[in-house]
Design a protein around this ligand. Structure first.
Ligand code: 13P
Length: 274
């Protein structure tokens, strides 16, 4: 992932990070990467371990990608458990996000640095988080009622330098899930962060963020954008509409989900690389 983000930073676009939890979603994301000729990040969070194991994610990615021309990273999204970070690396993930954002600063820093030592020795990149996002409706990544804590530019450069992380998730007003009010994205905080940091910055909570704000965030130095909720909402809505007409075989439903996810992710990739 580090090489992908370095290119994005140089050429001023953002790489899309899309959450997966099934064969259909993995195939949809990889197909969208192949269709657009752009790198993609296949992101799997520990909360979806009930759906599939780390090893299954890696096996499906490798099997599906073998028949496609696509550059991809297999990334562990929002992982609070150090055990799970190391399990994912062992299973073949090429990138991990250790999320110590709810911990006191020094503990977040120490844990992130420990992950970096192991991950880098194995050629795996590391994303860390400083500050935290509020939870919107149907959030998949945060607990209900989680509060917004903006990333402090004064803390960020020391955190990155001391932890050695390759990318930093920043909190500038996006929420995990659907916005419940008007989005208020603090581009001034992003500008302050960019002044202090050369490291690629990651925007979580891409769903529902207005197009012009996404463009301003990319212009302001965001090089990776995470989207989950809206892809699922979009595909589920289209599936519901199609099922109102007939009740097809599950094999047909599986194919439709792949198509819906491919179309939705293709749109985001195009938007992020304009
Ligand atoms: P959304 O569900 O709001 O798009 O957020 C996804 C995300 O940030 C994954 O890490």
């Amino acid at each position: 992932m580090t090489a992908m983000l370095a290119r994005a930073q140089r050429d001023r676009y953002a790489v899309g990070n899309f959450n997966v939890y099934s064969y259909e979603t993995i195939r949809g994301v990889l197909q969208a990467g192949a269709a657009t000729g752009r790198p993609v990040i296949v992101a799997f969070g520990e909360r979806y371990l009930e759906n599939m194991s780390f090893g299954t994610v890696v096996a499906i990615c490798q099997t599906v990608a073998a028949n496609l021309d696509v550059e991809y990273a297999i990334h562990l999204d929002h992982c609070k458990s150090l055990d799970n970070v190391y399990r994912a690396i062992k299973a073949g993930f090429t990138s991990v996000m250790y999320d110590g954002s709810a911990l006191p600063l020094e503990e977040n820093l120490a844990n992130t640095a420990a992950v970096v030592t192991v991950a880098h020795a194995l050629g795996v990149s590391v994303e860390a988080e400083l500050g935290s996002l509020a939870s919107g409706a149907n959030s998949q990544e945060s607990e209900d009622n989680e509060q917004q804590v903006y990333t402090d530019p004064a803390q960020a450069s020391g955190f990155v330098a001391r932890s050695g992380c390759d990318a930093l998730a920043v909190s500038i007003g996006t929420v995990h899930g659907s916005y419940q009010g008007e989005p208020n994205i603090r581009l001034d905080i992003l500008a302050g962060l960019r002044e202090k940091l050369d490291t690629p910055m990651v925007l979580h909570g891409g769903s529902g963020t207005p197009d012009d704000v996404i463009a301003a965030c990319i212009a302001g130095g965001i090089t990776k954008i995470n989207v989950n909720t809206e892809i699922s909402l979009d595909a589920a809505t289209r599936l519901k509409e199609s099922l109102a007409e007939s009740t097809p075989h599950l094999s047909v439903i599986s194919g439709r989900i792949v198509d819906y996810v491919t179309a939705s992710v293709t749109g985001y990739i195009q938007q992020f690389s304009r």
